[in-house]
Design a protein around this ligand. Sequence first.
Ligand code: GDP
Length: 417
Amino acid sequence: NGNVRVNMTNVDSPLQIFVRAKKKINDIFVEIDDYVKDAVTFMHAVSGEPGIATAQDVTNVEGFVDKVQAIREVLKRDHMKVAFFGRTSNGKSTVINAMLHDKILPSGIGHTTNCFLQVEGSDTDEAFLRTEGSTEKQNVQSVGQLGHALCDTRLQECSLVHVYWPRELCALLRDDVVLVDSPGVDVTPNLDDWIDQYCLDADVFVLVANSESTLMLTEKNFFHKVSTKISQPNIFILNNRWDASASEPEYLDQVRTQHADRCVDFLARELRVCSAKEAEERIFFISAKEALMTRLREREKPVSSPILADGHQIRYFEFLDFERKFEECISQSAVRTKFAQHSRRGKSIAADVCAVLDHIYTNATELKAAKVEQQRVLHEQLSAIEEQLTSSTRQMKDKINRMVESVEHKVSLTLSQ
Ligand code: GDP
């Protein structure tokens, strides 16, 4: 189907922070799993001995097996999530496609969907769609087909459609990044519901703005709502369509400064999600369309318009810069929010099992001491009896001796008369 398998060895990508942490915590839970199962075997072995482990102790330790299993299941599905917002046609789908190095989501006029699209890695070679709450898989071979499938599926407004794409085709998907495209913030008043349903677990939010106009109130309002529900959300602002600036180079710096100042002001002073200095690192001027074209060319895919406007290389570098900062931010944030909780629970399970085993050990030690004491008392009693026996035997012997002597004496007296 024309897909080029990417063999990107991105060992120094910041996403590896998450990938490695996930592997490490997985390995730790394999160990905890072994430890808990060993403890259960041990408990069964000692439960026959009275006074060491109660039936409740055994049940408690058995319960930890299921808990560890449940955490391992969640851990398997843990991922980094980024959600894209902005007005319709600002270029959200194009940004996502550029980041995935391929035309995966339909973009452009006529492909406006009113549902959320969540692109995530599929473990098979196939690409398919699945609507939230259904188990039916619809195969998709191409973008065109995906567009049609989205139109055909009678979707409820603001429902979620999962787009599974082969992991091996995109580095981001392979490293467990899930990307969510949203309907334009201008098309629905249900911002609250959106945030509750799709955003509460997002690690990073990307506002795709249009550099040809200023930030709109609808865009700002959305992020005001986000920041009331999530403490300190990580927000990036992409001033997209920056290629348009090429036609007016004389205003370029001035326009850029004006946009940048407004964006810093929005993040640092209005939303107060970061400092002004941090905000400067979260604002980029890019052209998603050019970035996508450059990447499609690298992969020898046909592109419609071969001519790129002046300054496209600088814009592409800025896109790369955005991706790097984004990767750093998302992997650190996901490790903090997702794995910190797992490691706390892992630690508490290990401590609980340890406490039960400690308790059993104390019981066993006390039982042993009691038995030793019992033996000591028994030994003393035996010695006393033995002593008693010895002394009474000796007395008896003396008595007999005396009797014999007296008899002998009497006999000899009688004989001599
Ligand atoms: P969405 O509705 O926010 O998902 O926007 P799309 O990604 O569908 O983009 C809408 C239209 O804008 C498409 O025709 C894109 O090709 C075009 N577009 C996206 N990004 C850029 C860009 O950086 N520069 C230019 N000139 N056009 C762009």
